[in-house]
Design a binder for this molecule. Structure first.
Ligand code: NCD
Length: 422
């Protein structure tokens, strides 16, 4: 143990079963072992689950003219209260993040208001200046809309082929929203599921694979069916959301717009099949996409798609851990290590040198109460499901959330690898 630590977590049960004390200094883990020298603050973790905090690589933090849905202040509070210390913001903002100036402005907005660390993706349109976006710090490119979605214009296969060539020349990552849309009336959750079908998602994954003539690094966002995960094998990494794992359209009234999302909630059978390929899911990300209650309270066809979920992602998964459905190590892998590795963000964890971002959880689940959540949208389609919320969250060695209270910390911007300070 170094002579003095800013913070020491005592009696931490490490994933391999050993109990150790973790010393932290300057935002980095400095020591893992038996108790040693003095610390400014100690936290006894006896009886708690201590996890490296999550990286949610798919959130829509909104802001600007969409601040009634969410903004960096409310969205980042929601992230921290759910054990997420790093979010990757998607570029389908208003205006979209498709120019270097827009990306720099978005970074400035997040630096000014976010309580959690963050990265910003570049949009991908037919005329996005890929190299310029990369050099101003885009983390990755996308989500690229292969089919249109809320605030997202689709690009053509030819445009995608060209964009992937440019993204590959930067050695950057392309993230893809792969769907195929049939025409027809979109009047309830069943028709929404039919129009943006499972088979269409599989077809879109294959088509995107064919557009990738140059071997660009691909990541498939929010895969909603086991068949598209199979189709994506060998083409890129796959991400799955908590809503496709924990919700099916049968759990909602047919016209309940709170369940309207792209890709759609599937049948209960599809949901179960998705759990059947759990081991092949690389990353869990929330696709946190809040809209106001008012925007959702319109006829189904007119309602925007999107489900809030950054705050409930890890809590839902930990309830599944307590039910012995999945191992804790998988949750750490899929919500923290794997996204950090894919994006090149320093790992949070239990080894000296790791980023000192941790979330401390009790071993009891509670039913999700939307009134207790922090997203500005004020509702949750996960209401009533069991979840384990963090008691304490540590960001860069600072306690930023404790027993429902937020405290100031030092959130970081993680630019992509092409960042060249101007
Ligand atoms: C997202 C949104 O609202 O920004 N909606 C959604 O249904 N997932 C856009 C998107 O990711 O498709």
């Amino acid at each position: 143990m170094p002579s003095s630590c800013a913070i020491v977590l005592r009696n931490v049960s490490l994933p391999e079963g050993r109990v150790a004390d973790i010393g932290v200094m300057d935002g980095i883990v400095t020591h893992v072992g038996a108790a040693g020298g003095p610390a400014d603050r100690t936290i006894d973790c006896t009886g708690l689950m201590v996890l490296p905090a999550a990286v949610d690589m798919h959130v829509h933090m909104r802001g600007g003219s969409q601040s009634a849905k969410e903004d960096w202040a409310s969205g980042s509070r929601s992230a921290l209260a759910g054990g997420v210390t790093v979010v990757v913001d998607q570029p389908n903002t208003i205006p979209p993040i498709t120019t270097p100036d827009a990306l720099c402005a978005r970074v400035f907005e997040a630096k000014s208001h976010s309580l959690c660390s963050f990265a910003i993706n570049s949009g991908v349109t037919f005329d996005t200046p890929v190299k310029a976006m990369w050099s101003v710090g885009a983390m990755a490119f996308g989500e690229t809309f292969y089919a249109p979605s809320s605030y997202g214009e689709a690009i053509t296969p030819e445009e995608l082929t060209t964009a992937l060539r440019e993204i590959q020349s930067c050695c950057a990552l392309a993230t893809i929203h792969a769907e195929e849309i049939a025409s027809g009336e979109d009047h309830d959750l069943s028709s929404h599921d039919r129009l943006r079908s499972c088979s269409g998602e599989v077809q879109a994954v294959r088509d995107v694979g064919r557009c990738n003539t140059v071997g660009c690094r691909l990541h498939f966002c929010h895969m909603s069916t086991h068949a598209s995960i199979t189709a994506a094998a060998g083409l890129g990494s796959v991400e799955v959301t908590p809503h496709h794992l924990f919700l099916s359209r049968e759990q909602f009234a047919p016209e309940d717009t709170l369940g309207k999302v792209n890709p759609p909630l599937r049948s209960e059978q599809e949901r179960k099949n998705l759990w059947g390929v759990w081991d092949r899911i690389d990353i869990i990300a929330s696709d946190h996409a809040p809209h106001t209650s008012g925007e959702k309270q319109v006829p189904f066809e007119k309602a925007p798609s999107g489900i809030p979920g950054v705050e409930t992602m890890v809590p839902l998964l930990l309830a599944a851990v307590l039910e012995k459905k999945i191992p804790l190590a998988d949750v750490i892998r899929k919500t923290s290590q794997a996204p950090a590795e894919l994006l090149g963000i320093p790992l949070a964890g239990f080894a000296p040198g790791n980023r000192a971002d941790f979330s401390l959880y009790p071993k009891t689940a509670v039913p999700i109460d939307p009134d207790m959540l922090h997203s500005r949208c004020g509702y949750s389609p996960f209401a009533g499901l069991p979840a384990v919320f963090p008691r304490t969250v540590i960001l860069g060695g600072d306690v930023v959330y404790d027993e429902g209270e937020f405290h100031p910390g030092s959130p970081a911007w993680f630019p992509g690898k092409g960042f060249f300070p101007r």
